[in-house]
Design a protein around this ligand. Structure first.
Ligand code: 4NP
Length: 178
C-alpha cells in the first residue's frame, strides 16, 4: 500500500489512541453512499491534520437495512479512491448497542436525525447530532446523492471535509484553516 493510502483498519483497531479517545458513528439511510464516504473522509482528514489519536473507533451505518452486507456504491468507492482513501466497509443497520458504543452519532440529513433520535434508548449518553451542525450554517444537509449524478457525490465530499474540520475545531479546539 502506498503511503498516501489510509488503511481503514488502522483506526478501527484503536491503535495508539489516547486514553480519552472518542468513538464517532456516521449515519445515512442506506450506508452505501454518504456515511461510508463520511467515515473514510473523516478518518483521512483527522489523520492528515494530526488528530488520529483522538479517535478510537470511526464507523458508519444506515437507518435502513436495504443494503446490509453490501460494499459502498461504486461512485463512493471511486470518489474515495480519487482522494487516496480505501474503504473495506460493508453496510450495516444502526443497532441499539451503537448508542452505548459511540460518543457522537452524526446524521447526514434531518430524516436520518429523526430516525436515529426515535431509536435512541432513554439514558443513552451518545450525542446525536446533524453532522452539518459543524458547518457555518448549522442545519446544512448532506443530501442523498443516490438517484443523482456524480456532482452530488462531489458536493457531499466537500461538505464532509468542511464539517470534519468544524468538528475538530469545536470538539478539540483545533486551530486549523478552512
Ligand atoms: P445513502 O444513499 O443513504 O447515502 O447510502 C442511499 C442509498 C440507497 C438508497 C437510498 C439512499 N435506496 O433507496 O436504496
Amino acid at each position: 500500500m502506498s503511503s498516501s493510502r489510509v488503511a481503514v483498519e488502522d483506526l478501527d483497531a484503536g491503535m495508539h489512541a489516547d486514553e480519552d479517545a472518542i468513538n464517532v458513528l456516521f449515519v445515512c439511510l442506506g450506508n452505501i453512499c454518504r456515511s461510508p464516504m463520511a467515515e473514510g473522509a473523516f478518518r483521512r482528514t483527522v489523520q492528515q491534520l494530526g488528530f488520529k489519536n483522538k479517535f478510537r473507533r470511526i464507523d458508519s451505518c444506515g437507518t435502513a437495512s436495504y443494503h446490509s452486507g453490501e460494499r459502498p456504491d461504486p461512485r463512493t468507492v471511486q470518489l474515495l479512491a480519487k482522494h487516496g482513501i480505501h474503504t473495506s466497509h460493508l453496510a450495516r443497520q444502526l443497532a441499539t448497542s451503537d448508542f452505548n458504543d459511540f460518543d457522537y452519532i452524526l446524521a447526514m440529513d434531518d430524516a436520518n436525525l429523526r430516525d436515529i433520535t426515535s431509536a435512541q434508548p432513554k439514558g443513552s449518553g451518545a450525542k446525536v447530532m446533524l453532522f452539518g451542525n459543524f458547518g457555518v450554517n448549522k442545519s446544512e444537509q448532506i443530501q442523498d446523492p443516490y438517484y443523482g449524478g456524480q456532482a452530488g457525490f462531489d458536493r457531499n465530499y466537500a461538505q464532509i471535509v468542511r464539517f470534519t474540520k468544524g468538528f475538530l475545531r469545536e470538539v478539540f479546539g483545533a486551530d486549523i484553516d478552512e
